[in-house]
Structures are given as structure tokens and as C-alpha cells.
Design a protein around this ligand. Structure first.
Ligand code: TTP
Ligand code: MG
Length: 358
């Protein structure tokens, strides 16, 4: 039997990224509670906290919290506006450093990336040394700290990087995955938010270890097709590859039919299938779209496209089906040789949800 060789994956996450950059830029802010986000306007401000320095977190201030609440918790905090351009400039330089250490590299957000170093290092011990070198180089060049998790896959690496923060380094070799995950709350699994957590609690499941032991059948009524995926994650199994996402401008699929289609029902079914495939690609790439273009080639090779741009970004299958059907219905009934769906005006999905794993 051929066994798949184990991987070594690093997850790197910068510490309180936006506020750490602000503290670096202005030495007076170092060691002080800094909140980056909307203007609190003396407690009446709207909008949210982007991030808080670890000093501000001691007051209970957290990312995503209304800025007015942050102000109530810590009126003496230093509130700063968000300077995205600056943070992205710094991010680019850090990602360049990280990329140079990886066999496969995947940036997942402004301050987070996966590195597959399988083949570049021979053991978890060597991987740990590599991680220390990475931390030292980032600190030397950017005066910023990060936390790194090392594991046999993305899931374990990601949970490990979050384990000891800031300036942490957590190594979880394959043999320790189970004991590392078991005592942690289920919330630590990316994609399990407050609602999933509450559902699991109803079943008496609060730790990852309990979830790993649980009979999938009990989860199906609550989580449907996510159930088995959830249990696999809890067992520390995650086959997702570390892979570079290119700068995709659009995502599309088209299909020429073995024979021309004419019946409305046939066309509808073919379009639905195409919609499903495009939707899978969109999800794989982690994008939302705003414009859908339908391409129709008739039996005489005459080809037309029609596009619709939505008011906001969408990523669900129902919208793709609905918009493509409504565009198709605007063509006169004729024999169709080819159909195509292309999605453009893409934007990266923000939050990681269970959907990302499906
Ligand atoms: P995170 O890595 O989630 O947070 P962080 O780097 O500030 O802190 P930690 O040490 O816990 O990693 O996000 C990276 C940056 O993304 C963060 O500095 C600000 C931004 N961000 C938001 O703007 N809104 C949010 O809700 C979150 C979570 C992050
Ligand atoms: Mg971070």
C-alpha cells in the first residue's frame, strides 16, 4: 500500500497587525492601548473596531466591536483612523519574505499566509528552526512580530498559530494532533461561529475532542452535509492544499452540447448544471461576484452575450441560477449550440466560514 507522505505546513499570522504598524510608525504609541477603526466621536461614533493593540485588549476591546462600545470600555485608549494603503504596503513586503521560505505559498488575508515547506525541511524540528528564522527576518526588516503554527495540514497550522499569541510559535507534529486539539473549545475550528457553537452545546459538545468522538448521525439533523466534514476537522484531518491564488479577473465556464438544444426544459437544465460548475469554481477561488455574463451560441454559430451587474456582491448558487435564467429568457427561442456563464467584478470573500471547506 502506498502511503501519502506527510506534509509540513506553516501558518503565519501577524500580531495585532494594524495597530502594531501604527505603534511602529509612532514610538509614542508603543506600550499604550491603541484602537484602529472608526472615529469614536466621544462615544457617539458609528462603525467598528478594526483591531486593538494587546494593551487595549486588556480593557476588553476586540475587532469587530462597535466603536462606541470600545470607547465606553476604554475612553483613555488612543483611537486612530484606518490607513489601509500603509498596511498593504507593509503586507506586500512581509509576504515577499514569507514566499521566499516556501515550496508552496498562499496568502489568505492582509496579515496571514500558509507556507507548505514539505521537502524543504526534513523534520518538525527543522521546521521549527525555519520558523524562528522567518520570525527573526520579519522582525529585523519590519520591526513587527508574528505568530506561527506548524502542523501536518492547514487546519492544525492555523489553530496552532492562534494558540500562543503574540510572538508565538507552536509546533504540532502529526503524533500530537489529537492531544493538541482535544481540550480546545469547538470555536477554535475556523468556520465554527457562535451559532454552530450553540448548536453543538445542545448536544453536550463543547470541546474539539468531544466533537471528534461524536457519532456523525447525531450531527446530521443540525448540520446536514457539513456534519461529516465537521467531525473530520475535529479529528485534525484536512486535505486542502496550500496553493497560490492568481489574480483572477473573472471565472467562467462554457459548454458546447453534443446536439443543439431547443426545448425550454432542456435548456434550463443545462444552464443550471453550468451554474453549479461556475459556482463551485467561484467558491474554490474564494470570491464573490457582481457581474454575470451569459453567452449563447445558436445553431448557425451566431453568438451573443448579455450581462447583468448586481447592486452588491453575491456568492450563492441561487443568484447565479436566477440571473442566468433571466438573461436566457430574453433571447428568442432558437436552437442553442453553446451556453457560457462568466462571473466578473470579483472580490475576495472576507470571513472564513464552513462553506470554504465544502
Ligand atoms: P487579525 O489577524 O484577525 O487580527 P490582528 O492581526 O489585529 O490581531 P492578532 O494578533 O489576534 O492576529 O486581522 C488582521 C488585520 O485585519 C487586523 O490588524 C485588522 C484587520 N481586521 C479588521 O479590519 N476587522 C476585523 O474584524 C478583523 C478580525 C481584522
Ligand atoms: Mg493577525
Amino acid at each position: 500500500m502506498r502511503r501519502r507522505r506527510g506534509r509540513i505546513v506553516l501558518h503565519v499570522d501577524m500580531d495585532s497587525f494594524f495597530s502594531a504598524i501604527e505603534q511602529r510608525e509612532n514610538p509614542e504609541l508603543r506600550g499604550r492601548p491603541v484602537v484602529v477603526g472608526a472615529d469614536p466621536k466621544g462615544g457617539r461614533g458609528r462603525g467598528v473596531v478594526s483591531t486593538a493593540s494587546y494593551e487595549a485588549r486588556r480593557y476588553g476591546v476586540r475587532s469587530g466591536m462597535p466603536i462606541s462600545q470600545a470607547y465606553r470600555l476604554c475612553p483613555s485608549c488612543i483611537f486612530l483612523p484606518v490607513r489601509h494603503e500603509l498596511y498593504w504596503r507593509v503586507s506586500k513586503r512581509i509576504m515577499q519574505i514569507l514566499r521566499s521560505y516556501a515550496a508552496k505559498f498562499q496568502q489568505v488575508s492582509v496579515d496571514e499566509a500558509y507556507l507548505d515547506v514539505t521537502g524543504l525541511v526534513k523534520s518538525y524540528g527543522e521546521a521549527e528552526k525555519l520558523a524562528r528564522r522567518i520570525k527573526a527576518e520579519i522582525y529585523e526588516k519590519e520591526k513587527l512580530t508574528c505568530s506561527i503554527g506548524i502542523g501536518p495540514n492547514k487546519l492544525v497550522a492555523k489553530i496552532a498559530s492562534d494558540h500562543r499569541k503574540p510572538d508565538g510559535l507552536t509546533v504540532v507534529p502529526p503524533g500530537e494532533v489529537e492531544s493538541f486539539l482535544a481540550p480546545l473549545p469547538v470555536r477554535k475550528i475556523p468556520g465554527i461561529g457562535p451559532r454552530s457553537e450553540a448548536l453543538l452545546k445542545e448536544l453536550g459538545i463543547t470541546t474539539i475532542g468531544e466533537l471528534a468522538q461524536c457519532d456523525v448521525q447525531r450531527l446530521i439533523p443540525l448540520f446536514g452535509r457539513w456534519a461529516s466534514r465537521l467531525v473530520m476537522l475535529a479529528r485534525g484531518v484536512d486535505e486542502r492544499e496550500v496553493r497560490e491564488r492568481s489574480k483572477v479577473k473573472s471565472i467562467g465556464r462554457e459548454q458546447t452540447f453534443p446536439r443543439d438544444l431547443e426545448e425550454e426544459e432542456e435548456l434550463r437544465a443545462a444552464l443550471e448544471e453550468l451554474a453549479e460548475r461556475v459556482h463551485r469554481d467561484l467558491k474554490e477561488e474564494g470570491f464573490l461576484f457582481r457581474t454575470l455574463t451569459l453567452k449563447v451560441r445558436f445553431s448557425d454559430f451566431e453568438t451573443h452575450t448579455r450581462a447583468k451587474t448586481l447592486r452588491s456582491h453575491h456568492g450563492d448558487l441561487a443568484t447565479i441560477k436566477e440571473v442566468s435564467q433571466s438573461l436566457l429568457s430574453r433571447f428568442p427561442p432558437r436552437k442553442v449550440r453553446l451556453l457560457g456563464i462568466r462571473l466578473s467584478k470579483l472580490k475576495k470573500r472576507q470571513a472564513v466560514t464552513l462553506d470554504d471547506f465544502m
